[in-house]
Design a protein around this ligand. Structure first.
Ligand code: AMP
Length: 229
């Protein structure tokens, strides 16, 4: 955004979408923005996993769909986003991670933002190679205590079975991070999510970032797009 446009937002926080297939690094980059800029990350995947863990009626309904790698209904996820937005002050920037995923969700997001006096500033597309993603996703696991991320082939803890960050010996894997489900999630992305890019492109707010670059390079590219903070 130009300095003028930034100034025009007054004390409003930035509203951005991180868009990309599963494993593109949306969650990782969102976590950095939360830490570095005090933005809030709204991940519909995290919200749904929390509902599954708490065994709520929504969680019970969502679990099987998620295990298959298919999409939850637009109405449910847009409802979750609306409720979450109501709890965030306008001055706080928001990162949409894993939402919107369909054209209908993209329309809902516009409405949800407009109703709350917010505008969408950037859509950051993390461009990645699909085969590399399958390798990335099927090896990933994280510390069950602090959430630090690891990988079977690329990033094991320094001491086997012990988290580098907090010393916990408890690790977890997402049940939908197996190859079959990952392929379905990719197909859902290709068929339903990638086609929404032109909607935002027509408004001139899409910026493409090479998601295969190192985590630091991706973070720098995103920082350049968002500007000073
Ligand atoms: P994620 O953590 O973003 O990869 O999402 C994990 C799973 O949650 C997806 O494979 C879907 O089953 C479901 N999910 C998350 N976000 C959405 C969304 N915006 N629309 C529909 N389903 C979603």
């Amino acid at each position: 955004m130009s300095t003028e446009a930034q100034a025009g937002k007054g004390s409003h926080g930035l509203n951005i979408i991180l868009l990309g297939p599963p494993g593109a690094g949306k969650g990782t980059q969102a976590a950095r923005l939360v830490e570095e800029r005090g933005m809030v990350q709204l991940s519909t995947g995290d919200m749904l996993r929390a509902a599954v863990k708490a065994d709520t009626p929504l969680g019970r309904e969502a679990r099987l769909v998620m295990d298959r790698g298919e999409l939850i209904s637009d109405e449910i996820v847009s409802g979750l986003i609306g409720e979450a937005l109501d709890r965030i002050p306008l001055s706080t920037g928001v990162i949409f991670d894993g939402y919107p995923r369909t054209a209908e969700q993209a329309v809902s997001l516009d409405r949800l933002l407009a109703e709350r006096g917010r505008t969408l500033d950037h859509v950051i597309e993390l461009a990645v190679d699909e085969d590399a993603l399958v390798d990335r996703i099927t090896g990933r696991f994280s510390c069950a205590q602090c959430g630090a991320g690891y990988h079977d082939r690329h990033k094991l803890p320094a001491r086997s079975g012990v988290c580098d960050a907090c010393g916990s010996t408890d690790f977890k894997r997402r049940p939908d991070d197996n190859e079959d489900t990952v392929r379905t999630r990719m197909a859902e992305y290709r068929g339903k999510t990638a086609p929404i890019l032109p909607i935002f492109d027509a408004r001139g707010i899409v910026r493409r970032v090479d998601g295969m670059a190192s985590m630091e390079h991706v973070a720098e590219a995103i920082s350049d797009i968002l500007g000073q903070h």
